[in-house]
Ligand binder design. Structure first.
Ligand SMILES: Nc1nc2c(ncn2[C@@H]2O[C@H](COP(=O)(O)OP(=O)(O)OP(=O)(O)O)[C@@H](O)[C@H]2O)c(=O)[nH]1
Ligand SMILES: [Mg+2]
Length: 196
């Protein structure tokens, strides 16, 4: 739930990177962190295991400038994708305004993509939320893998009716990272502008 502070003229929004373990969520945040000028971002906080898997979350605050006279900040989070960290995933979704779903193009992760999308819907529903009200963009990552599955096959299991915008990405090389983030933040701001 975005926080609009009229007195301070500030808008704070929360964008969560969701998706199966190892799909590249943390890599997205690292790329944003290393690319955005220091004046426009805070420090990146990562709570990770020794082998760099996200243990609880990553966090990166970004300044988006001024929207209609309001200082606008986006707080980016990643969830831990590994199946057994569901309690953390659910907690991080609390108050979410927009979601980047990072799918993995590896053939052996097709089911994990589908399962993670199912898990996302379930966790949202436990907060009384759904993807009808939370803007979502799909990032199909790791397109550089030599055995990457066809895009259509991946979309077929996570968004068969093609409801959401999607972007192909190679987050490891920074490709598609800002396209996905921009689309997600645009979705959030458009939603904010809608009368509720
Ligand atoms: N080939 C390839 N590898 C990538 C790409 N993006 C990320 N990776 C690699 O995939 C692995 C997992 O990346 P992470 O960003 O840690 O994945 P994650 O989704 O945060 O994983 P969890 O924290 O466990 O949920 C790392 O070794 C990355 O370097 C990509 O576009 N192509
Ligand atoms: Mg991670």
């Amino acid at each position: 739930m975005s926080v609009i502070n009229f007195a301070a003229r500030e808008i704070n929004c929360k964008v969560v990177y969701y998706g199966p373990g190892f799909s590249g969520k943390t890599t997205n945040l690292k790329h944003v962190f290393s690319t955005v000028p220091q004046a426009l971002r805070g420090e990146m906080v990562s709570l990770a295991t020794e082998d760099e898997r996200t243990l609880f979350f990553d966090f990166l605050p970004l300044e988006l400038g001024t929207v209609q006279g309001f200082r606008t900040r986006f707080f980016l989070y990643t969830v831990p994708g590994q199946v057994f960290y569901n309690a953390s995933r659910k907690l991080i979704l609390r108050g979410v305004d927009g979601i980047v779903f990072v799918a993995d193009s590896a053939p052996n992760r097709l089911r994990a993509n589908a399962e993670s999308m199912r898990n996302l819907r379930e966790n949202l529903s436990e907060y009384g939320m759904s993807l009808q009200e939370i803007p979502l963009v799909i990032q199909v990552n790791k397109r550089d893998l030599p055995d990457a599955l066809p895009l259509d096959m991946i979309l077929q299991v996570i968004d068969p009716v093609r409801h959401y915008p999607h972007f192909e990405a190679i987050a490891g090389q920074g490709r598609g990272v800002f396209e996905s983030l921009k689309a997600a933040s645009k979705g959030v701001l458009e939603r904010l502008a809608q009368p509720s």
